[in-house]
Design a binder for this molecule. Structure first.
Ligand SMILES: C[S@@+](CC[C@H](N)C(=O)[O-])C[C@H]1O[C@@H](n2cnc3c(N)ncnc32)[C@H](O)[C@@H]1O
Length: 206
């Protein structure tokens, strides 16, 4: 039996698991049996690498959605929790952050504690595709185009009409945004996409 692929797998864990199924030099049935469970395991890891939204952009996302104290903001792939914590601290909202990375979830809880908003926010270690977002009135995203597209029917099935969605940098395919805003932040120009969930979901979006 050959064990060559295993070091490759270990090196890739946690950053970008998708490419691995194609690059692995799986050459025999024996090796495939050995690595297949590991491949499945890594696919449950982050499908988007961690890159925080700069604070001024996070604030602009919440302003674009006109967040108030009546809102419940969900950030899917919430990183260090900054969007949810800002929503609570500066906009008075309640919020839920969901991230697959348990270290980031721990860090978010600690950041919320330091910011004094632990009573209004929650951070869950969960796969965003399995999240229950029915309570959200605002959803924020900073993911990838293909992840946004995969998420679109899930969001449209669960979210109430009138729920606002703001995506940092990536669109949702042919779902035309209600607004596109450019933010000239110190690091670079950022693009924000804004949608409001309609009463009737057109067939092509389902
Ligand atoms: C680009 S970062 C955005 C972080 C944060 N929303 C922000 O804007 O600062 C993407 C985040 O999504 C998380 N993520 C990736 N795949 C995920 C999944 N399947 N379920 C939940 N979180 C995921 C990563 O761990 C990472 O923290």
């Amino acid at each position: 039996m050959r064990f060559k692929p295993v070091p490759l797998l270990v090196a890739g864990v946690g950053v970008c698991s998708w490419g691995m199924t194609t690059v692995l030099p799986i050459e025999s049935g024996g090796v495939l049996q050995t690595v297949a469970p590991i491949v499945r395991y890594t696919q449950q890891f982050a499908q988007v690498p961690y890159e925080p939204t700069p604070y001024p952009v996070a604030e602009a996302m919440l302003e674009l959605a006109k967040v108030t104290q009546d809102d419940v903001v969900y950030d899917l792939g919430s990183g260090d929790g900054r969007i949810i914590i800002t929503a609570a601290q500066k906009f008075g909202a309640r919020g839920v952050g969901i991230d697959i990375n348990s270290q980031l979830v721990e860090e978010s809880r600690e950041n919320a504690r330091k910011a004094g908003v632990s009573d209004r926010v929650q951070f869950l270690k969960q796969d965003l595709f399995k999240a229950d977002v029915r309570q959200a009135t605002v959803v924020t995203l900073y993911l990838l185009p293909k992840i946004n597209l995969k998420l679109r029917p899930i969001l449209l099935r669960q979210l109430k009409p009138g729920t606002r969605i703001v995506s940092h940098e990536h669109s949702m395919g042919d779902w035309k945004p209600d607004q596109i805003v450019k933010i000239d932040a110190p690091d670079r120009l950022h693009t924000l996409y804004y949608w409001v969930v309609p009463k009737e979901i057109p067939e092509y979006l389902k």
